[in-house]
Design a protein around this ligand. Structure first.
Ligand code: GP9
Ligand code: MN
Length: 412
């Protein structure tokens, strides 16, 4: 039965944050262009390698966007698919395996489904096999109307590298798909070129690799730079086609690209030891929200991928207070700076907790465990409640109840 859901519902209600009045509905009726940037960590933003900018386009784009510089990926073994799951359901992925494979038949109330009910056409675009990560099945549960996958692209040897179609080609061909979509649309783009092991053709190298003994770390920089170029050309094309002003554009990194196996070279590049504290901070990924007519602003609030669903819905003027979301609106005035990673690590305004150690965020030094304790239960509860929903497929009860009551749960 759905009695388990009552506790979870209470928890979620207590953590709900009302939207910021100045931001609610600011992008009402606009198209949504969501871009998942493969393996893109936040440390590359506004940084150089061999004296050259790694992300010159994003560094400029940030100046006219909301840039969240304390934003974390929360993925597990499901990598890109976990990030998709987080962003669109505001639920945590699982601690092992990929929820896209293990629980694709569950009932969900994902962003595509909600937006579809609000008059949006919904599509995901990714030039890979449709069944990779079980997307073709899972996307039905998330409410996608259309998945533009491999057969929707002209993929040749000449426009491919590593895992498949190069990002520049992918975006260029995707614009034709966008033009053909009914408006307004919600579209998710998943890039690919900046994927481990970061292969790139000579002609696509806009900057030279780093120069450590670690090939993976060295090659990461040119592929990030290539992706940056692809994004620049895509945005330019959106402008040329008249789609830019009618769309909000949201870019986020899907998960880390450089694992802890590469700490030595990373330590060399960053010029500091990679302690567990630094490793946790390296889980930051960029989040950039561009809204036409809005000026750029740096948003230091601590958040994670789980916060995107309520954030996007509120920007579009869609209420989220009856949803089972574990995240909360990143623009809310009452925000609690908080992000929980899938391994149980968590980050607050002043502390980072990881591997049973509480770190002072300002110094990166270990501090008394009691400083982190007030947040430990919340971190644990969130992960447990979210897991319960997935393992028990509990949203099917919520749906039914919701339909029977036909009104707000918070009035019960
Ligand atoms: C595959 C792409 C990469 O389609 O999304 O997946 P990843 O290995 O990063 O999870
Ligand atoms: Mn990925």
């Amino acid at each position: 039965d759905g009695s388990e859901l009552a506790d979870i519902d209470n928890y979620v209600r207590a953590n709900y944050l009302p939207p910021n009045d100045e931001m609610f509905g600011i992008a009402k009726g606009k198209n949504v262009i969501l871009i998942s940037m493969e393996s893109t960590q936040n440390f590359v933003i506004n940084q150089t390698v061999n004296g050259q900018e790694i992300t010159p386009f994003l560094n400029d784009f940030i100046k006219e966007s909301y840039y969240f510089n304390n934003f974390y990926h929360q993925t597990g073994q499901g990598k890109t698919s976990d990030s998709e799951f987080l962003v669109e359901n505001s639920l945590y992925p699982l601690s092992r395996g990929a929820v896209f494979f293990t629980h694709s038949g569950n009932e969900y109330t994902a962003t595509p489904e909600i937006l579809n009910e609000n008059g949006y056409f919904t599509a995901s675009l990714h030039a890979n096999n449709k069944s990779f990560w079980n997307r073709d099945i899972m996307y039905q549960s998330l409410g996608y109307e259309r998945f533009y996958s491999l057969p929707d692209y002209d993929v040749e040897k000449e426009n491919s590298v590593g895992w498949g179609m190069k990002d520049i080609e992918f975006f260029q061909q995707s614009v034709d798909h966008l033009k053909a979509m009914p408006k307004p649309f919600y579209s998710k783009f998943i890039t690919l070129t900046n994927h481990f092991p970061f292969e790139l053709n000579e002609e696509d190298r806009f900057i030279e690799p780093y120069t450590s003994n670690d090939k993976t770390v060295n090659n990461y920089f040119p592929t990030v730079r290539y992706q940056d170029e692809a994004l620049k050309l895509f945005i330019q094309k959106l402008k040329d086609e008249g789609l830019y002003e009618d769309s909000i554009i949201i870019l986020y990194g899907d998960h880390y690209g450089i694992s802890e196996n590469h700490n030595k070279a990373m330590s060399e590049y960053l010029g500091k030891d990679i302690t567990p504290f630094e490793s946790t901070q390296l889980q930051q990924v960029p989040l950039i929200v561009h809204i036409p007519g809005q000026e750029g602003k740096i948003m230091p609030t601590v958040g994670g991928q789980i916060d995107l669903k309520p954030t996007i819905l509120h920007l579009l003027g869609i209420d989220s207070k009856n949803n089972i979301d574990f995240g909360s609106d990143l623009f809310s005035k009452d925000r609690n700076d908080f992000a929980v990673l899938r391994d149980g690590s968590f980050i607050t305004k002043d502390y980072v907790f990881t591997r049973e150690t509480c770190y002072d965020k300002a110094t990166g030094e270990p501090t008394e465990k009691t400083a982190c304790e007030p947040y430990s239960d919340q971190a644990k509860n969130e992960l447990e409640y979210s897991d319960k929903i997935i393992y028990g497929d509990l949203l099917r009860f919520y749906e039914d109840e919701d339909k029977e009551n036909g009104s707000s749960k918070s009035n019960e």
